[in-house]
Design a protein around this ligand. Sequence first.
Ligand code: DQA
Length: 144
Amino acid sequence: MKILILHGPNLNLLGTREPEVYGSLTLENINEKLIALGKELNAEIKCLQSNHEGALIDALHDARTWAHGVVFNPGGYTHTSVALRDAISAIQIPVIEVHLSNVYAREEFRHVSLVSAVCKGKVTGFGWRSYELGLRGLIDIIPT
Ligand code: DQA
């Protein structure tokens, strides 16, 4: 089984970016944990981060050709991007939306997600463990 872990804008700064909101692990730390979990669960994990909407769309299109599913933190684009939503609904493989912070406990503009309705599920508020929970859930729902 092959899974793409996709990180959106500003997540490259994890570790130093508002650690009280997003935790102290770096993106590399999180990716290492997910790759290790993937090994345990017999899944091959590829991790990718981009600050660019178009590059995220390209990564989703590309995932259609090789991945069984995607764990995706769209960052700030969650709340703004019709184009990412369209890409998710176009690729027809399960996508799990994840957020480190509890977006519902934050500013009102973060309560709106343009992507939730086209994702298979969503995990928010568990810090880096949102990715872990999302990955476990995704692997569980993909038929083998
Ligand atoms: C985030 C929440 C978003 O509102 C924010 O723009 C991010 C990170 C999270 O993981 O909690 O960049 O997706």
